[in-house]
Design a protein around this ligand. Structure first.
Ligand code: RTP
Ligand code: MG
Length: 139
């Protein structure tokens, strides 16, 4: 995957609250192009593997339960400086600390149920994108 890509998920809380359209609109308006997208649901195993880096954290069980609770939207986004710019667009992990106008400020419930995921490095963007999409699903 090129370094101009990042990976995102619209998490189960935002999907259940009817925010898919508004979030995708904001992503598009911010200059990101969708190069892959699917509506899916993580299995327990998927979520444990995807968030394996957090497995020793106290919130891991809660995180896995939340992320498998309902469907998500997974997508690969393309833009110059995609990883950093997307993290800026979604805002701080805790919506109470997120800047005005960020996706988490607008749509997240709390620090656990925070509406969206964004890769934190080019390396992780590539790993996470490949976790969800095969080469022929990326356009
Ligand atoms: P993400 O990976 O989902 O984009 O979020 P992030 O980088 O902003 O935050 P990270 O530290 O990677 O945490 C991953 C997700 O775990 C949940 N979390 N809950 N209850 C808590 O204290 C807590 N802390 C983190 C959130 O869903 C967070 O996005
Ligand atoms: Mg993270």
């Amino acid at each position: 995957m090129s370094t101009d890509r990042t990976f995102t998920m619209i998490k189960p809380d935002a999907v259940a609250n009817g925010h898919i359209g508004a979030i995708l609109e904001k992503i598009a308006a911010s200059g990101f192009k969708i190069v892959a997208m699917k509506y899916t649901q993580l299995s327990l195993r998927d979520a444990q593997e995807f968030y394996a880096v957090h497995k020793e954290r106290p919130f891991f069980g809660e995180l896995v339960e939340f992320m498998t609770r309902g469907p998500i939207v997974a997508a690969i986004l393309e833009k110059e400086n995609a990883v950093e710019d997307f993290r800026a667009l979604i805002g701080a992990t805790n919506p109470a600390e997120a800047a005005e106008g960020t996706i988490r400020k607008m749509f997240a419930t709390d620090i656990s149920e925070n509406a969206v995921h964004g890769s934190d490095s080019d390396e992780n963007a590539a790993i996470e994108g490949s976790f969800h999409f095969s080469g022929r699903e990326i356009y």
